[in-house]
Design a protein around this ligand. Structure first.
Ligand code: NAP
Length: 456
């Protein structure tokens, strides 16, 4: 029998999820010296790139240029893409174990965390994860009901997603018209009545999760006044030693003390404030707030509600309090942590031991934190584990370790699966559609439109 990892018998790896973590996993495997690898990457969508396509804000085009690296990875010999194939639905873990030496789940964190307050599910209260997917033309969210005919918006959370949605809601729509934002979002934003976006941080400015660059960007938006109360910053006593906090405070000081210019839209940052209830009839119209104190608990600073309350108008509430992983059928899931249990990328079964040949990388491994590049080192660690397990004979022993066997199985279960060549056609068509308007691309927001490009 040929040795696994050679030209005669390549190491066969299934990567589930075509986002950054999936591509970096592929790259680390491809770059291993002396190893021949055949990678099949699956995604439940027709399009690759995960959050780079469907999460990164449309006006952050430069960040998306990372896809050029992913395109190179996809041209490596032995790499195949199977779009529209969902693991746990179309193919099971047993199917994969029958065809691959190793399975790596890089499925990300697709759902939102809950705030757990009354009124959270009123109309007009939308998770930022859904809102972001909607303006990025994710096919599952094209019909999300978004009402931008409102003047006051509240964004809950102090992370970069909160900043993204606040910026998209206030940026001059003619600037957004030059991006790859979904056509349906552009249409609503053109008619938007939004005047004020209030961002709520439950802790203080020094504990904010957003990054300085994103704050400076908010401060530079044309036609928008970013309002940061100087007193909120002066109340912060000590941040020395915490580099992130120091940089964020510096950025906030740089934009503090402004008063809204006439005619400007306003983004207002409020700190030490939590929503306690979303109020309204059918749809949200007000947000009840409570002021918080910071208290030290178990070595970290937490928000503790005081008895000082407030009520502000809001016709739209975007909950940007973090993403959360979702279970993949056939694999263990730690519901409390919102991740697949693992030790250094090896999936841990219910008995507490590693499941042979099953791995994770990216957000489903470590939680929804870090930037795109963070996934590179993270995937590298997982791949090191795979290589160690290959050396010590702890991978799977597939009965059908050939590309043809997988192709036949996919053809049977998902006759309409999308290949890399198919995606390239869709990609090219999107770019061409964008050209006349000076846009990088005009995205298709439905599978039917994409399949039409392929003549299906
Ligand atoms: P995040 O950075 O974890 O921020 C979540 C925010 O929600 C925190 O401010 C958190 O406050 C707050 N929060 C959590 N539960 C809350 C509650 N019940 N009530 C009020 N506030 C609550 O998550 P994210 O913004 O979703 O971003 C995810 C990752 O993607 C981050 O690593 C981010 O940097 C990255 N990202 C980067 C960019 C970029 O580079 N431009 C853009 C988008 C996203 P506490 O700190 O008090 O928990």
């Amino acid at each position: 029998m040929s040795v696994v990892g050679t030209n005669e018998r390549p190491l066969r790896v299934a990567i589930v999820g075509a986002g950054p973590a999936g591509f970096y996993t592929a790259e680390h495997l491809q770059k291993r010296e002396g190893l021949t690898v055949a990678i099949d990457m699956f995604d439940r969508l027709a399009t690759p790139y995960g959050l780079v396509r469907l999460g990164v804000a449309p006006d952050h085009e430069k960040i998306k240029s990372v896809t050029k690296i992913y395109e190179r990875i996809a041209t490596h010999p032995g790499f195949r893409f199977f779009g529209c194939v969902e693991i746990g639905r179309d193919l099971t873990d047993a199917d994969l174990a029958d065809h691959y030496d190793a399975i790596v789940l890089t499925v990300g964190a697709p759902v939102d965390r809950r705030m757990g307050i009354p009124g959270e599910d009123l109309a007009g209260s939308i998770s930022a994860t859904d809102f972001v997917a909607w303006y990025n033309a994710h096919p599952d969210y094209r019909d999300l009901v978004v009402d931008l005919g409102v003047e006051d918006v509240v964004v809950v959370g102090n992370g970069n997603v909160a900043v993204d949605v606040a910026r998209i809601l206030t940026t001059d729509v003619e600037e957004l018209a030059l991006t790859d934002i979904a056509d349906h979002a552009l249409e609503l934003l053109r008619a938007s009545a939004v005047r004020t976006v209030t961002m709520l941080g439950r802790r203080g400015p020094a504990q904010a999760a957003f990054t300085p660059k994103e704050i400076r960007e908010l401060g530079e938006l044309a036609g928008v006044t970013l309002v940061v109360d100087q007193a909120d910053l002066d109340a912060v006593s000590e941040v020395s030693g915490d580099e992130h906090a120091e940089r964020v405070m510096k950025a906030l000081h740089g934009v503090a003390g402004r008063t809204p210019a006439p005619g400007d839209r306003v983004i207002r940052l409020r700190f030490l404030t939590s929503p306690t209830e979303l109020r309204g009839g059918h749809a949200v119209s007000e947000v009840a707030l409570v002021a918080n104190d910071l208290v030290e608990q178990d070595g970290s600073l937490r928000a503790q509600a005081t008895d000082r309350t407030d009520l502000i108008p809001a016709g739209l509430v975007l909950r940007a309090v973090g993403y959360r992983g979702a279970a993949v059928p056939g694999y263990p899931f730690d519901d409390r942590a919102g991740r697949i249990s693992n030790v250094e990328g090896r999936i841990i079964g219910d008995g507490g031991t590693a499941l042979a040949g099953r791995y994770v990388a990216g957000w489903i491994k470590r939680g929804p934190q870090g930037v795109i590049g963070t996934n590179k080192a993270d995937a590298g660690d997982t791949v090191s584990g795979i290589i160690d397990d290959l050396a010590s004979g702890r991978l799977l022993s597939p009965a059908h370790p050939t590309q043809d066997d997988v192709a036949a199985l996919v053809a049977e279960r998902v006759p309409g699966a999308v290949s890399w060549a198919d995606w390239q056609q869709i990609d090219q068509r999107e770019r061409e559609r964008g050209e006349p308007d000076g846009r990088p691309r005009r995205k298709f927001a439905s599978l039917d439109e994409m399949l039409a490009v392929l003549g299906r």
